[in-house]
Design a protein around this ligand. Structure first.
Ligand code: IMP
Length: 202
């Protein structure tokens, strides 16, 4: 069975590939030579859920392949959950987005520097038109300056107190073990594997 991961973000492709590598499926992603090129999905929802569903349905319907899409981002409660669903769009590079977050938090401390990553995965099966949703979150603190070179996006300023490191100081396995994406995709992989086992037994 084939599964299309609807992303072109190489950081995400690497993390997701490891998270679902145990499933008995062929994993494809956008940009794969075996996938026809498709127009880009709109992504104009107000919530992570709306965006993930929009993307999974768009690429699943066009490719006719069961598709998972993820929408993820950073929420900073003291900034009314900014940047939220706009996490990828508030500036045009990862480095500028990180600097913008640091500027907005300049002079703030303690509770005001709390942040959380959110990941919402939507699975769409074009055969029966069904969509399922899986959500994962992780709580941390936004540092005053970046630390570490792994990962992507806001990882260098996202400090995870239980491990005493930023997400950019963890290996991808270490990050996956505790991250928002680790949780949402593990929940998806578990449900998917259980449904397959049941279908085989029936
Ligand atoms: P998406 O590709 O529309 O889901 O946008 C996600 C954006 O949120 C990314 O471009 C990053 O800026 C940020 N983001 C999501 N997940 C992570 C993560 O695991 N680490 C760091 N930044 C993340």
């Amino acid at each position: 069975m084939k599964l299309l991961i609807a992303t072109t973000n190489q950081g995400k492709v690497r993390e997701i590939g490891k998270l679902i590598s145990d499933l008995p499926i062929t994993i494809l992603h956008l940009g794969d030579p075996s996938i026809p090129s498709m127009p880009e999905s709109p992504e104009d929802g107000k919530t992570f859920e709306e965006n993930a569903i929009q993307k999974a349905k768009h690429y699943g319907t066009l490719s006719k392949i069961p598709t998972v899409a993820e929408d993820a981002g950073l929420e900073i409660p003291s900034l009314n959950n900014w940047p939220g669903v706009n996490s990828a769009r508030v500036a045009d590079t990862d480095a500028k987005r990180v600097q913008l977050a640091l500027q907005k938090l300049h002079g703030k401390s303690g509770e005001d520097r709390k942040g959380r990553f959110v990941s919402v995965v939507a699975f769409f099966d074009p055969e029966n038109n069904r969509t399922e949703i899986f959500r994962g979150t992780v709580e941390g603190e936004i540092l005053e300056e970046p630390r570490g070179h792994n990962g992507f996006g806001y990882d260098p300023i996202f400090y995870y107190p239980a491990l005493g490191k930023t997400f950019a100081e963890l290996t991808s396995e270490g990050k996956n073990a505790v991250s928002h994406r680790g949780k949402s995709f593990s929940a998806f992989a578990f449900t998917f594997a259980r449904a397959k086992a049941k279908a085989t037994a029936d």
